[in-house]
Structure formats: structure tokens, C-alpha cells
Design a protein around this ligand. Structure first.
Ligand SMILES: Cc1ncc(C[n+]2csc(CCOP(=O)(O)OP(=O)(O)O)c2C)c(N)n1
Ligand code: SF4
Ligand code: SF4
Ligand code: SF4
Length: 760
């Protein structure tokens, strides 16, 4: 919630306005939503000679109530020190919620214990979950380092400086947060009985079904997430010495970080699955139940008759403890006759929905549903388990919905080469792995390479696959011609070879071939030998779908040479670019994808040049499939583009518009899908697909999917801080750059319309 920023402000205030030496030292984890940060603030009359973590603190503040049961929050407090806890609990509730160990420490060490309901205050002020300023103000008042009135003034000056770029309203809200934080904390009367509080909780062991995952989760993930990772013995990680970790571990984090989560009202639900389609964290999913499953369902599980599927029930299930509370699902929910089927409600009121979600994960597969609703449609795709779930991306991230959808379409056979960037952080930062497996145990094989060589890395995966599969295909051909091979094995071999180049069609023939090979391997002679040699590499037999993921910094700039080389090679690889128009992971530096007039790091006065026309460049090759997509503007076009790209037996690239916290969307990240829609309506972004197969059929390969823009370009960009801040810092330059950018955007549409044959 910006805790580090507020603490940096605090230590600056202390350094600037007292005669003390001051130091701020910060520890972070790599989660982008609900991540843990620890700010160690140290100050005193003696010079500070090194960087220190503080293990004997006078004051500890905990900004998240859920932390009291996860971390040892008070163990580093000195006797007589102060502990400030942000929570909504009264004294009776504190007694219920705090762990016995914490109660004992507080009572036995004479700790001054305070609470503040920062979330309630934040909501009242209009700051939502951003409670950092409220807690900062409480800190200054409780500790009295600087006289209260002065501290308030210094904090207000700092807030004015930090937030004036974002507008007067934000500054005012922060000033109110400072006033209320200084006055609305409560001193807790610590009961004598806490001195002898008795432990009632133990750390539970998890069983994940798969032994390797179970061992990893219990021995590595859980201790690391409790902040005990530094204490792990080498033996705990020895099995991973080759760098591989079991997939699917993010499902065991259950971080419970949301303030509000969606509540489903079946009466208003039209069963469109759009909520599930856009959820960045794969938290909200449709479930389909037969009569037997309905009978065994948890009582709290809501459901309704499934449309077009008599005898089945439909439910929207929500993994409350994995939700980030972004609100994206509720934003897009069309509901019925204007009444939404999803409403955001406080998490505490929605905990029961977790059991419905967990039950939904155990239901039997329903082939009849996949038959009725095409797996490559918006609705149908959502009946397939996302093989990217519960990542630590920012709440409402615009990148993850694309990657998640790709895993629903091809995840059981995907290899992913991932460039460094946000996608490598939400995609796989220790200790958790959000890429996971389906009920058959199939899921993406994921790896992160260097920032600069990722296209080549994916190309290498494709070439290695080609080489191994080429060798295996030779064995299978030999089996086909062998005198001692059975007819069933010969048929299986033929079916395998006939489908060898289609990752969709090849799976089932591969499974049949493996079964026949296993029978043949039991015998002796030539076929048995060939069968054994083929089975030695059986994981490579099925055709794989090779994907190369990365951001615009990687693809437009630093990895561009390699990307161009790999796409030009003609190899069958699929590239998915998350275009946030900045280097997001490192805080928003300008890339060649940053549009004219946008403010970014290294472009403080607004970028003076146009966004590079990368899709245009790749279309000139003529044999590369190119798509430009914005999911929120056209759900259908995105799933079509992904499917077409994957089915094209040659190189493909999809450039996906991805809203990001670095853009400063005024309505927040909960409206990221609407922002994509607005971007297309205003002609800021264009959706199109270039399919070389159409040219081969004598048709125009370019299809322009966006309609002629009707909405105002200027209104759209003014809804984002990266643009509107320039009107305050450099008004005249803003006017010039924005006018030019608007003109360019119109021309670009005209140009595409001509190429697509829509205009002369
Ligand atoms: C050669 C090299 N330079 C710089 C970095 C630091 N770095 C890591 S992620 C990143 C930004 C990635 O931006 P982008 O490709 O746009 O992806 P996003 O984070 O926006 O998804 C940078 C600069 C690096 N890892 N390697
Ligand atoms: S609030 Fe966000 S994370 Fe939670 S279910 Fe909705 S879209 Fe998913
Ligand atoms: S988006 Fe709304 S109407 Fe559509 S399935 Fe989800 S809850 Fe139902
Ligand atoms: S792309 Fe932006 S919104 Fe998504 S995780 Fe990165 S910083 Fe957050």
C-alpha cells in the first residue's frame, strides 16, 4: 500500500528536522500485490556507520491484521516499546484473533499496544486501501519524536510534494489522512490474563497429492512465506539443485490479501463467464455440477440451472483467499437487465465461498460442456482449468489475463520461454510457482532466461524439440515398416505421424501410440528395441506449443534483434508481448513502445517521438502471423488471435495492450478492461490480425477488427496520470505533443484501413 514510500518520507522528515542521524533500510519480497515489505528505520544521536536490520525496536507497526497469525510481529520489540496494529478489532476481538505467543509477549514485556482502523478511515477519506499516510501519522504522534503539530505540518508538506502531480484532490485526501491518523488510534488495555495465554494453533502440514509438491510446499514454501527462509538448511533445497521446482505451489499460499472480494448473486447471472475470462489471478471460475455433485455440494455453495444444458447446474466459484480484490470481475459483469451479478463485499463476509471453490476444483470433467461451448470461445475457454493461477501480479494487472487465457487454450502442451520483466516475476518468483497442471498432470514447462536473449532461448527450445521429435519420428517410421510390428501398433504409428505437426490433434494419437509401444517393448526383436528407444523420450513425442513471453522493453528494445531473427527464421514459435508501453518491472522507464506525449522515467517532459510500429514491421515479412489485441475492447478477437497464432505452422507474434499501475489509470486498476475498451474506441489502440494463410487463399491477409474510432482521443489520455500530469508540468509542450499524437493515431487508422481493404 505504499508503506515503503511513507517510511522513506518519515525518515526524511526525521533527518531533515531533528539533529539526529537517520537511516532507512528496506526489505522486500517479490510479490507485486500483497507483498511483504519491512521498513527498518533507525535514528539517534550517534553516527550510523553501516546498514542495519533492526532486531531491538522501540516501535513496530503492522499494517495488515492477517500478519499477526503469519509472522512473529512483536519478537523484535524492546520491553516497554510500542506496537501499532492496523485492524478493525475491538478489545474482545483482539483477544479472539491474536495468537497466544503475541499476547504473552505484549503482556510480559509491558508493551504499549495501539490499534487503528486504517481501512475504515481510508475508505471514508476516499483513499480506499491506501492507508500508509494514516499509519505514518499515527507513528509520529505515538512516538513523539517531533512535537505533534510540527510533525503534522512536515508530513503535509511532504504529501503535497509527492502527490501534487496527481492532482489537488489526492493531496487533500492525504492531508485528511494525516489529521485523522494523528487522532484516531486507540490505546489497548492489555489484560493481565494475556501473560499466561495458551497456544491454540500449530502450523499445519499440507498434502498436495503429488509427493514432490507436498515436500516442496511444507519444507520450502511455507517456511519461506513465514519469513523463515534464511533459516532453511541446504538439505531442504538440495533436490532442486538443477534449478527445477514443482509447478502449482502458488495454490498453497492462500494469502488472503483482499479487502473486498466479489459476491455472486445467481439471480442476475447470465452465465457469460466474462468475469472468469478477465480475472488477472484466476480466482473466479465457473463450475458445472451433475445431480450427484449437487447433492454432495457444500451447503453454502450457490448455483443455478445451466443454460442449454438440462440436468446440469452452473456456479460461479470464488477463491476468496487468493483474490486480490481488484474488482475487475465486477466491473465487466454485464448482469441481468442492468443488475450486476457480482458485487464487491468485505472479505470477512465472504469466507464461506472458499469451500465452494475448493469443491468446484474436484468435480468430474464434463465433455458434453466442452462439446456445447467451443473451448476456443470466450465462454467455452473458461470451462478449462487455467494453468496459471494465483500469481503475485498487481491487483488488476493487464498482463496476466492474456497469459492465463493462453494456458487455458494450450497449457497442457506449452513450453514458455520468458523474458525478464513483470511476467517473469508474477510467472515464477521464489518460493511460489503459479504455473500449474491439469487433472492429467500436464501443464506448461516454464523457464526464465536473460532479458536480452529470450527470443533465442525459445528458439532453442523449438529447435531442440524438432531434433528430438525428428529422431523419434524416424523410429516410428521404422516401426511402421517393420515385419514384427502388430497391426494396432502400425495404425497407432500412422495416426501419430499424420498428426505430428498439430499440437491439438497430436495428443490423443500420441497417448495411443505410447500405450502400444509399452506393449511392444515387453517383447523382443527389432520392434521391441525401437519401442524402448522411443519410450525413453516419450515426454517429447506429443507436439508441443512453443511460446515466448515478454514485455515491450524486451521486445521493442533490448531483445528486438533476436526477436526479429527468430521470427524471420520461419520456425513455428509463438510470441506473446505484454505491452504496458513502459518497462514496468523496474518502475516505468520509457521504451520504444511508449507513445508520444507520455510521461515515463527518462521521459519526464513527455516522450517526443512516436511509438515504434512493430506490428507493421513484422507484417512486411508476409509469412509471420501478427495480431494486435486489447482484450477488454473485444474479448472474442483476443481468443481468436491466440488460437490462430498457435495453429499457424510458422512464426507468430501477438502484441497485447496491457494496462499497468505505471500508467496511473484514474479509476484504478479495477477498470483496466474498460480502459482497454476506451483505448480502442478513441483510436489510441487498434485491434487487427494479419494471417499469411489468408493471402495463400487469395484473400487480404489483414483484418482490421477495430471500428473507425468515434470517442475522443484527448478524453482517453486525460484519464491517465502518465498523460494528464504533463498538462500541469509542461502545459504548452503537452498541447503540442498531444495534438501531434492524436493526428498520428488517426493517420495510423486510415493506413490500416487502406491495407485491410476497408478504404481506398
Ligand atoms: C540486460 C538487462 N538489462 C536490464 C535488466 C533489468 N530489468 C529487469 S526487468 C526490466 C524491465 C522489463 O520491462 P518490459 O520488458 O517492458 O516488461 P514488463 O516489466 O513491462 O512486463 C529491466 C530493465 C535486466 N534484467 N537485464
Ligand atoms: S476481484 Fe479481481 S482477483 Fe478477485 S475475483 Fe475479481 S477479478 Fe479476480
Ligand atoms: S460476468 Fe457476471 S453475468 Fe457473466 S458469468 Fe460472471 S457473474 Fe455471471
Ligand atoms: S505489468 Fe504493471 S500491473 Fe502488472 S504486475 Fe507489472 S507493474 Fe503490476
Amino acid at each position: 500500500d505504499g508503506t515503503v514510500g511513507a517510511n522513506k518520507n518519515s525518515i526524511k522528515i526525521i533527518g531533515d528536522h531533528t539533529d539526529m542521524y537517520a537511516q532507512g533500510y528496506f526489505a522486500y519480497d517479490s510479490k507485486k500485490s500483497g507483498g511483504l515489505t519491512i521498513s527498518h528505520l533507525r535514528f539517534g544521536k550517534k553516527p550510523i556507520k553501516s546498514t542495519y536490520y533492526i532486531t531491538k525496536a522501540n516501535f513496530v507497526a503492522c499494517h495488515k491484521p492477517s500478519y499477526v497469525n503469519v509472522y512473529d510481529m512483536v519478537e523484535d520489540l524492546k520491553p516497554g516499546g510500542s506496537f501499532l496494529l492496523n485492524c478493525e478489532w475491538n478489545e474482545k476481538e483482539l483477544d479472539e484473533h491474536l495468537p497466544a505467543k503475541m499476547k504473552r509477549y505484549i503482556a510480559r514485556n509491558n508493551i504499549n499496544f495501539y490499534t487503528i482502523n486504517g481501512v475504515k478511515l481510508g475508505k471514508e477519506i476516499g483513499l480506499g486501501g491506501r492507508i500508509n499516510t494514516i499509519l505514518q501519522s499515527a507513528f509520529f504522534t505515538i512516538t513523539g519524536i517531533i512535537p505533534k503539530e510540527k510533525a503534522i505540518q512536515y508530513m503535509k508538506d511532504a504529501a503535497t510534494k509527492s502527490y501534487s502531480r496527481k492532482g489537488e484532490k489526492i493531496v487533500k485526501m492525504n492531508h485528511e489522512a494525516i489529521d485523522r491518523g494523528a487522532n484516531e488510534f486507540v490505546k489497548v488495555h492489555v489484560p493481565e490474563a494475556w501473560k499466561d495465554a495458551v497456544d491454540n494453533t500449530t502450523v499445519k502440514k499440507v498434502n498436495c497429492g503429488d509427493p514432490a509438491l507436498t515436500e516442496y510446499v511444507n519444507n520450502v514454501l511455507i517456511p519461506a512465506n513465514r519469513h523463515q527462509g534464511d533459516k532453511l538448511p541446504v538439505s531442504a533445497v538440495l533436490k532442486m539443485a538443477n534449478g527445477t521446482v514443482p509447478s502449482g505451489s502458488a495454490a498453497y499460499e492462500k494469502r488472503g490479501i483482499a479487502i473486498d472480494v466479489p459476491e455472486w448473486n445467481p439471480a442476475n447471472c447470465i452465465q457469460c463467464n466474462t468475469c472468469s475470462y478477465v480475472c488477472p489471478h484466476a480466482v473466479i471460475r465457473p463450475a458445472v455440477l451433475n445431480a450427484e455433485e449437487v447433492a454432495k455440494a457444500p451447503k453454502s455453495m450457490k448455483m443455478k440451472d445451466m443454460t442449454l444444458m438440462p440436468g446440469l447446474k452452473f456456479a460461479i466459484t470464488i477463491s476468496t483467499l487468493d483474490c486480490t480484490g481488484c474488482g475487475s470481475c465486477a466491473t465487466v459483469c454485464p448482469g441481468m437487465r442492468g443488475n450486476k451479478a457480482l458485487t464487491m463485499k468485505p472479505m470477512e463476509t465472504q469466507l464461506a465461498s472458499q469451500e465452494g471453490f475448493d469443491y468446484g476444483q474436484k468435480l468430474s470433467p464434463k465433455p458434453e460442456v466442452a462439446k456445447k461451448f467451443r473451448p476456443t470461445s470466450v465462454k467455452g475457454s473458461q470451462f478449462h482449468k487455467p494453468l496459471l493461477e494465483f500469481s503475485g501480479a498487481c491487483a488488476g494487472c493487464g498482463e496476466t489475463p492474456y497469459a492465463k487465457l493462453a494456458t487455458q487454450l494450450f497449457g497442457d502442451r506449452m513450453y514458455i520461454a520468458n523474458a525478464t520483466g513483470c511476467s517473469s516475476i508474477w510467472g515464477g518468483s521464489a518460493p511460489a510457482t503459479p504455473y500449474t497442471r491439469n487433472e492429467k498432470g500436464y501443464g506448461p514447462a516454464w523457464n526464465n532466461s536473460l532479458f536480452e536473449d529470450n527470443a533465442e532461448f525459445g528458439y532453442g527450445m523449438a529447435l531442440a524439440n524438432d531434433a528430438i521429435r525428428g529422431r523419434l519420428a524416424d523410429y516410428v517410421k521404422e516401426i511402421q515398416a517393420a515385419d514384427d510390428a502388430s497391426d494396432t501398433l502400425k495404425t497407432a504409428s500412422k495416426e501419430y505421424l499424420d498428426t505430428a505437426e498439430s499440437s491439438v490433434a497430436n495428443r490423443e494419437p500420441t497417448d495411443r501410440l505410447i500405450a502400444e509401444l509399452q506393449k511392444a517393448a515387453k517383447g523382443s526383436g527389432k520392434t521391441a528395441e525401437l519401442a524402448k528407444k522411443t519410450l525413453a523420450d516419450k515426454d517429447y513425442l506429443a507436439k508441443k506449443s512453443i511460446w515466448i513471453f515478454g514485455g515491450d522493453g524486451w521486445s521493442y528494445d533490448i531483445g528486438f534483434g533476436g526477436l526479429d531473427h527468430v521470427l524471420a527464421s520461419g520456425e513455428n514459435v509463438n510470441v506473446l508481448i505484454f505491452d504496458t508501453e513502459v518497462y514496468s518491472n523496474t518502475g516505468g522507464q520509457a521504451s520504444k513502445a511508449t507513445p508520444m506525449g507520455s510521461v515515463a522515467q527518462f521521459a519526464a517532459t513527455g516522450k517526443s517521438t512516436k511509438k515504434k510500429d512493430m506490428p507493421g514491421m513484422f507484417m512486411t515479412y508476409g509469412y509471420i502471423y501478427v495480431a494486435h489485441v486489447a482484450m477488454g475492447a473485444d474479448y472474442n478477437q483476443t481468443v481468436k488471435a491466440l488460437t490462430e497464432a498457435e495453429s499457424y505452422n510458422g512464426p507468430s507474434i501477438i502484441i497485447a495492450y496491457a494496462p499497468c499501475i505505471n500508467q496511473g489509470i484514474k479509476g484504478g486498476m479495477g477498470i483496466s478492461q474498460l480502459e482497454e475498451k476506451k483505448a480502442v474506441a478513441a483510436g489510441y489502440w487498434k485491434n487487427f490480425r494479419y494471417d499469411p494463410r489468408l493471402a495463400a487463399q487469395g484473400k487480404n491477409p489483414l483484418q482490421l477488427d477495430s471500428r473507425e474510432p468515434k470517442a475522443s482521443y484527448r478524453d482517453f489520455i486525460m484519464g491517465e496520470v502518465r498523460y494528464n500530469s504533463l498538462t500541469r508540468s509542461f502545459p504548452q509542450r503537452a498541447e503540442e505533443l498531444f495534438s501531434k499524437a492524436e493526428k498520428d493515431a488517426k493517420q495510423d487508422y486510415e493506413h490500416l484501413a487502406v491495407l485491410a481493404g476497408k478504404k481506398d
